[in-house]
Design a protein around this ligand. Structure first.
Ligand code: THU
Length: 133
C-alpha cells in the first residue's frame, strides 16, 4: 500500500475545503484496491449544522463513484492545524457502516504528526445492521 501517496493526496485535498466559518480545513483521501484514490474535504454552510465533514464527503463520494466498502483499503485525514483531526461521532457512525472496520485510518496534520487507527478502535460497541436482526 502506498501510504505516503495517500497522505500526500489528503494534504492536496485541503485545497478542496470550503470552510469560511471555522477556517478549519480538513482534507481526506481513500485508497482503493484498484489503486485509485478518491479525495474529499469539509464543506461548510451558513446554517452551521448542515456542514459536512471531510471523511463523510469522501466516503460518500467513493460509494457514489461505484465502489463498495470491500474495495476500500485505507483512509487519510489531514488538518491544517496543530492537532490531528479525529473523526467526530457522526463520522464514526457513518464510517462504521461504509468503511472496513479494520482498515487503517491515518489522522495527521500539516505539521507532520501522524497517528494510525481503525473504525473498530474509534467506535467500540458499534450499532449496526446486526443489532436489528
Ligand atoms: N471536520 C471535519 O471535516 N472532520 C473532522 O474529523 C473534524 C471536523 C470539519 C467540520 C467543520 O467544517 C470543521 O472541521 C470544524 O469543525
Amino acid at each position: 500500500m502506498n501510504k505516503e501517496l495517500l497522505i500526500q493526496k489528503s494534504i492536496e485535498a485541503l485545497e478542496l475545503s470550503y470552510s469560511p466559518y471555522s477556517h478549519f480545513r480538513v482534507g481526506a483521501a481513500i485508497l482503493l484496491k484498484d489503486g485509485n484514490i478518491i479525495q474529499g474535504a469539509n464543506i461548510e454552510n451558513a446554517s452551521y449544522g448542515l456542514t459536512m465533514c471531510a471523511e463523510r464527503n469522501t466516503v460518500f463520494r467513493t460509494i457514489l463513484s461505484g465502489y463498495k466498502t470491500e474495495d476500500m483499503v485505507a483512509l487519510a485525514l489531514c488538518a491544517d492545524a496543530d492537532e490531528v483531526p479525529y473523526p467526530c461521532g457522526a463520522c464514526r457512525q457513518v464510517l462504521s457502516e461504509l468503511f472496513p472496520l479494520d482498515a487503517p485510518i491515518y489522522v495527521h496534520n500539516t505539521r507532520g504528526k501522524i497517528l494510525e487507527t481503525t473504525v473498530k478502535e474509534l467506535l467500540p460497541y458499534i450499532f449496526n445492521k446486526e443489532n436489528m436482526d
